[in-house]
Design a protein around this ligand. Structure first.
Ligand SMILES: [Zn+2]
Length: 190
C-alpha cells in the first residue's frame, strides 16, 4: 500500500509512449512496470484507445509518475503518443479525448485548485527566463499541449506542440527537485 497524499496541487498528464499496435491498459502497464522491478503502475488513471478509463493507483494515494511531485499530484496516462517507429506523435483517439475531458472535470471537482500540466512542462527552464518552452522539453510526454487543450475548452487538440508553445508561460513549481530526474522515466519514486 502506498501512503496517502497530503494535498493535490497538480494533475500531471502523461502518455504511455507505446505504438497503436499495442492496445494496452492499466493491467498491462502494471505488468510492464513490475517486470522492470518497479512497484507497479504509478499512474492513478489510464485512458485507453477505446475511451475506457481504467484505475491504477488508489486515487487518494501517492503515485509514482513524476519524481519530486508524487506527494502533491495525480497522474493520468493516455495510451499512445508514438508511432510504430517510436516517434512522438499526437495520435490519441476521439474517444480518448472525450474520456480525458471527463477525467479532467472529475478531478477538477475533487481538486479545484490543482493545476493541470503535461509531464514535459516540468522540463528544466534551462535558459532561466522563468518559462519552460518547447526548445527546453527533455521529452514530449504527453505529446500534446495541456495548456492548449485547456484553452480549447477540452476539445481535442491535434498538434504535438501548440503553435504558440514556444512563447507559452508555464508556472515552474518551486520544489527542491532536480528537473533532469523528473523526466528520466514516468515511473519515479521520490
Ligand atoms: Zn510522462
Amino acid at each position: 500500500m502506498r501512503p496517502n497524499r497530503a494535498k493535490t496541487e497538480y494533475v500531471v498528464w502523461h502518455c504511455s509512449a507505446t505504438p497503436p499496435s499495442q492496445d494496452i491498459g492499466s493491467a498491462q502497464i502494471d505488468i510492464m512496470h513490475k517486470a522492470k522491478g518497479w512497484d507497479g503502475i504509478g499512474y492513478h488513471f489510464v485512458i485507453r484507445y477505446d475511451g475506457r478509463v481504467e484505475p491504477g493507483e488508489a486515487l487518494k494515494s501517492r503515485g509514482a509518475h513524476v519524481k519530486g511531485l508524487n506527494s502533491v499530484s495525480v497522474g493520468v496516462c493516455m495510451i499512445g503518443g508514438v508511432d510504430e517507429q517510436g516517434k512522438s506523435v499526437n495520435n490519441f483517439t476521439d474517444k480518448q479525448w472525450q474520456a480525458a475531458r471527463h477525467v479532467y472535470e472529475f478531478l477538477k471537482l475533487l481538486y479545484p485548485d490543482a493545476s493541470n500540466i503535461g509531464h514535459r512542462d516540468l522540463s528544466p527552464d534551462s535558459d532561466g527566463d522563468g518559462r519552460v518552452q518547447r526548445h527546453e522539453f527533455l521529452k514530449d510526454c504527453p505529446c500534446y499541449s495541456v495548456a492548449q487543450w485547456e484553452e480549447n475548452n477540452l476539445k481535442p487538440v491535434s498538434d504535438l506542440y501548440a503553435q504558440w508553445e514556444k512563447d507559452a508561460t508555464v508556472e515552474v513549481p518551486d520544489e527542491e527537485i532536480t528537473f533532469e530526474e523528473v523526466l528520466e522515466d514516468d515511473y519515479e519514486e521520490d
